[in-house]
Design a protein around this ligand. Sequence first.
Ligand code: SAM
Length: 410
Amino acid sequence: MAENPAYPVGLRLTGRRVVVLGGGQVAQRRLPALIAAGADILLVSPEATPSVEAMADAGEISWERRPYREGDLADAWYALIATSDTEANTEASAEAERHRVWCVRSDDADKATAWTPATGTSEGVTVAVLTTNAKGRDPRHTAAIRDAVVEGLRDGTLVAPHHRTRTPGVALVGGGPGDPDLITVRGRRLLAEADVVIADRLGPRDLLAELPPHVEVIDAAKIPYGRYMAQEAINNALIEHAKQGKSVVRLKGGDPYVFGRGMEELQALAEAGIPCTVVPGISSSISVPGAAGIPVTHRGVAHEFTVVSGHVAPDDERSLVDWPSLAKLTGTLVILMGVDKIGKIAETLVAHGKPADTPVALVQEGTTAAQRRVDATLETVAETVRTQEVKPPAVIVIGEVVTVGPRTSA
Ligand SMILES: C[S@@+](CC[C@H](N)C(=O)[O-])C[C@H]1O[C@@H](n2cnc3c(N)ncnc32)[C@H](O)[C@@H]1O
């Protein structure tokens, strides 16, 4: 006779007793979801992995440090049987059967009365994948299907346009330093839902090519601003498109709040009564040095890093940076927008006590196919930038961290 298919169901476990037998790897993997479901969890096991022990220490589960014994499942609604003792597992699943407690068995799925599906969540939807019956059970296959579905939901490729949950208003999305893989999952999903994308020159430009043809892509640098400042014109464009009921993504390089004028845009939208979501991004200040093999901190070398804008020279009255104090710091200095003024900056740092032989690295177009790293010292950097023709965008790193890594990437 053909085996009946398993019946899929979602258990609502809040406050309900779940008994877990065995505190090893299986428990470690399953417990977080049971905790998230609000279950009243009793772990019975003489030992546990450090992670499971930490859950008990945090009061997320109750733990009785002993082997399974008859009667443990009496109050359970659901049981996870995962000890390393097959005999104990068999006795426990017989008890579960007697008490009509659904039970999962890690050692013998055939003998279990329930199976754990491969699960994943995205934006309020849980995807749970089960094979139809025991013969076809293949956890790798179900996990691969789960991954494909969850990934599709997250990046928006699986959602039919008329069903998609559009985020109203404007999303200020930090796109990361340039590599299209370095945007967040949320940023990518919002991009897939957008009607209009207003993008900067920096950031993951390659992602724009993937957008469907109906999406209007606007280059922020090319918005005509007439009597307005360029930034005001961008704010107005965001407001106008959002007022037309469109989903607007403002795609920015790095993180919107690191020299990204994100708050100015958010304030303008708030004044216009337009809802705005901000999605953090991976800032170039950390990721671009990292991509070139430079850690911004390193044990025993740098216990601090400071990110500074170098867009105005130290002697410029508009400068808000205390360069003499920065010269006295022992940690790493990371300078954005500093290529044009690096000569003056290096001179000022040396004049206020930073050693002239302090290592400097300039990383141009980090994380993109055009990435390039040029090394110098404070003394030589101005000349190096000239002779090597270093151009923006580049992140400049000053400090001993520049020399700690093997020079594998450039
Ligand atoms: C206006 S700031 C924006 C920073 C951005 N919000 C962030 O968090 O990375 C632009 C500067 O960031 C740096 N930058 C951004 N992306 C870069 C990249 N891929 N490679 C090198 N520098 C980059 C350069 O110093 C550039 O002049």
